[in-house]
Write a protein that binds this ligand. Structure first.
Ligand SMILES: CC(C)=CCC/C(C)=C/CC/C(C)=C/CC/C(C)=C/COC[C@@H](COP(=O)(O)O)OC/C=C(\C)CC/C=C(\C)CC/C=C(\C)CCC=C(C)C
Ligand SMILES: Nc1ccn([C@@H]2O[C@H](COP(=O)(O)OP(=O)(O)OP(=O)(O)O)[C@@H](O)[C@H]2O)c(=O)n1
Ligand SMILES: [Mg+2]
Length: 164
C-alpha cells in the first residue's frame, strides 16, 4: 500500500467535510432545503446543511485538499474538486436519510455520519478512476476513529454543538 497515494486520495474529502463546520461561525446562513419538509412532515435536510457549508467545503476541499499534490503529484485539481464536491453531497445524502429515519439534526447515526461523505466520494470517483480495494478498507477502518477525534476538537472549539 502506497501511504502517500492513500493520504492524497482521502485528504480532499476530509478537508471538504471538516471545513464545512466553519460555516457555523457565520452570522447568517441559508439552509439548503429552505426550511421545506417532505411527505413525512420532516425537513428535507435540516438546518445543519447550508449553502455556506456547501460552498466552504467544496472550496477548501478543492484547494487545501489539492495542496499535497504540489509536493507529490497523484491527482489532478479536477479530481480534488470531484472528491470534495461528492464528499459534501454524500454528507447531504446522509442528512436526507437521517431525516427520513426521523432523527433530528445532530442525532448520532453510526456509521452513516462517519462514512457517508467518504464512501460517496470514493463511489463517484471510482466511476472513472481506479481505487485499490485496500485503500477503501483502510479508509473505512481509520475514518471513524479520526472522525471521533476531529468532532471532539470541533466541539471544544465551539464549531459543533455535539461532540460526535
Ligand atoms: C490524524 C489523527 C489520527 C487524529 C486527528 C486528531 C485531531 C484531534 C485532529 C484535530 C484536527 C483539528 C485541529 C480540527 C479542528 C476542528 C475541525 C475543523 C474539525 C472538523 O471536524 C468536523 C467533522 C464534521 O463531521 P460530520 O459532519 O460528519 O459530523 O469533520 C470530520 C472530518 C473528518 C473525519 C476528516 C478529518 C479532518 C481533518 C483531519 C481536519 C480537516 C481539515 C481542515 C478542516 C482543513 C482546515 C480548513 C480550513 C478552512 C482552515
Ligand atoms: N453542508 C453543510 C455541512 C455542515 N454544515 C455545518 O457543520 C455542522 C456539522 O455538520 P454535521 O455534523 O454534518 O451536521 P449535524 O449538525 O450533525 O446535522 P445532521 O444530523 O443533519 O448531520 C452543521 O451543524 C452545520 O453548522 C453546514 O452548515 N452545511
Ligand atoms: Mg453530523
Amino acid at each position: 500500500m502506497d501511504l502517500v497515494a492513500f493520504f492524497i486520495l482521502i485528504w480532499p474529502p476530509y478537508v471538504a467535510n471538516g471545513s464545512a463546520v466553519f460555516s457555523s461561525r457565520l452570522k447568517t446562513r441559508h439552509p439548503l432545503d429552505f426550511g421545506k419538509t417532505l411527505w413525512d412532515g420532516r425537513r428535507i435536510f435540516g438546518d445543519g446543511k447550508t449553502y455556506e457549508g456547501l460552498a466552504i467545503g467544496i472550496t477548501a476541499g478543492s484547494t487545501i485538499g489539492y495542496l499535497p499534490n504540489l509536493l507529490s503529484p497523484h491527482i489532478t485539481p479536477l479530481d480534488a474538486f470531484v472528491l470534495s464536491t461528492t464528499a459534501v453531497l454524500g454528507d447531504l445524502l446522509g442528512a436526507f436519510i437521517k431525516r427520513r429515519l426521523c432523527m433530528p439534526r445532530g442525532y448520532p447515526a453510526f456509521p452513516l455520519d462517519q462514512l457517508d461523505f467518504l464512501l460517496t466520494a470514493f463511489l463517484i470517483y471510482s466511476l472513472y478512476a481506479e481505487i485499490p480495494p485496500i485503500y477503501i478498507l483502510a479508509a473505512v477502518i481509520i475514518t471513524p476513529l479520526i472522525h471521533r477525534a476531529t468532532n471532539y476538537a470541533a466541539y471544544v472549539l465551539k464549531l459543533k454543538r455535539e461532540p460526535w
